[in-house]
Design a protein around this ligand. Structure first.
Ligand code: HEM
Length: 147
């Protein structure tokens, strides 16, 4: 936690460069999804992006399982296998960046709320208009009857 915050703070000032061991690179899920072949194979485990292209032949679990998870979030499959701590240690070698945090947040709530607001406006305006027209119609018809 504090590590990533330090990175974010330091990335703005050039003087602190030596203190920053990992300047975070962010990828979007769409970018990861494009690397889904034997030529180039990326996958996501717990929000981190791994380029496992050169690991395919070396994976003790075989390249087939990695191909199945190519370009997608493989966190669940990775955990289901119960990989050893050695395997987790190996992840570091293939780490290339993180999944973009902003996109994940905006994709969930604020946009969804906005669309509902729009829907309401689209519904309410015609209804209010129709009710007003109804009243006007009744007003005029009752007036013409009484006269
Ligand atoms: C970069 C990511 C990965 C690394 C570094 C990695 C590493 C390893 C290692 C070192 C082993 C040997 C057993 C162990 O030490 O736990 C292993 C086995 C295995 N892995 Fe992975 N793995 C990765 C991703 C995956 C993924 C995404 C799957 C998807 C299902 C997977 C499925 C398996 C299976 C089925 C085995 C065989 C387990 C067994 O023989 O008991 N691995 N992996």
């Amino acid at each position: 936690m504090s590590g990533s915050m330090a990175t974010a703070e330091a990335s703005g000032s050039d003087g602190k460069e030596q203190e920053v061991d990992t300047s975070a690179t962010y990828y979007r899920l769409e970018e990861v999804a494009k690397r889904n072949s034997l030529k180039e194979l990326w996958l996501v485990i717990h929000g981190r992006v791994y380029d496992v292209t050169r690991f395919l032949n070396e994976h003790p679990g075989g390249e087939e399982v990695l191909l199945e998870q190519a370009g997608v979030d493989a966190s669940e499959s990775f955990e289901d296998v119960g990989h050893s701590s050695d395997a987790r240690e190996m992840l570091k070698q293939y780490y290339i960046g993180d999944i973009h945090p902003v996109r994940t947040i905006t994709a969930r709530s604020p946009y969804a709320e906005k669309t509902t607001e729009h829907c309401w406006a689209y519904w309410i305006l015609p209804i209010v208009g129709a009710v007003l027209l109804g009243f006007l119609y009744r007003y005029y018809t009752s007036e013409s009857k009484s006269s």
